[in-house]
Write a protein that binds this ligand. Structure first.
Ligand SMILES: [Zn+2]
Length: 147
């Protein structure tokens, strides 16, 4: 059983992600999440939106631009913020990982933040890739702080 994790981000960041989700509709939007993880709390300080470069159907799948991923990895190694996870939107309105998401989840401990956006209604949910089996995405507590 993986330890429970709280995912924290600001209202400003949430609003930005919502806008990005609506703009991409009917396609899925995606971003790398930067921040820090400490004591069971993952704080997301930044979301770097990238093109959805999926070779599948962009209405039901996504892939982070690998060039941006490498760039952020290099920045993290050079002392910049760490990559703590990935965000994407679900234009189908379902705020939980799809089977494709679970299959695609390979980074142990990454946060998977999902914004469901359909018919004017948005919903957010956070999950964490199990440190032992990253294909298992466990539900997290999501804390949105004023800011
Ligand atoms: Zn998904």
């Amino acid at each position: 059983m993986a330890e429970a994790v709280t995912v924290r981000l600001s209202t400003t960041l949430v609003e930005m992600l919502e806008r990005t989700a609506w703009q991409a509709e009917p396609h899925e939007a995606c971003a790398l999440l930067l921040g820090e993880a400490a004591g069971g709390v993952v704080t997301i300080t930044q979301a770097v939106v990238t093109e959805n470069v999926t070779e599948g159907n962009p209405e039901t799948s996504f892939e982070i631009d690998p060039g941006m991923h490498i760039l952020m990895q290099k920045a993290a190694r050079a002392g910049g913020p760490q990559i703590v996870g990935v965000w994407h939107s679900h234009p189908n309105g379902v705020a939980r990982p799809s089977d494709a998401d679970k299959a695609q989840s390979v980074e142990r401990g990454w946060v998977w933040l999902i914004t469901a956006a359909k018919d004017g209604v948005v919903d957010h949910a956070a999950f964490r890739a199990d440190p032992d089996d990253p294909h298992q995405l466990d539900s997290c507590t999501l804390e949105v702080t004023q800011g």
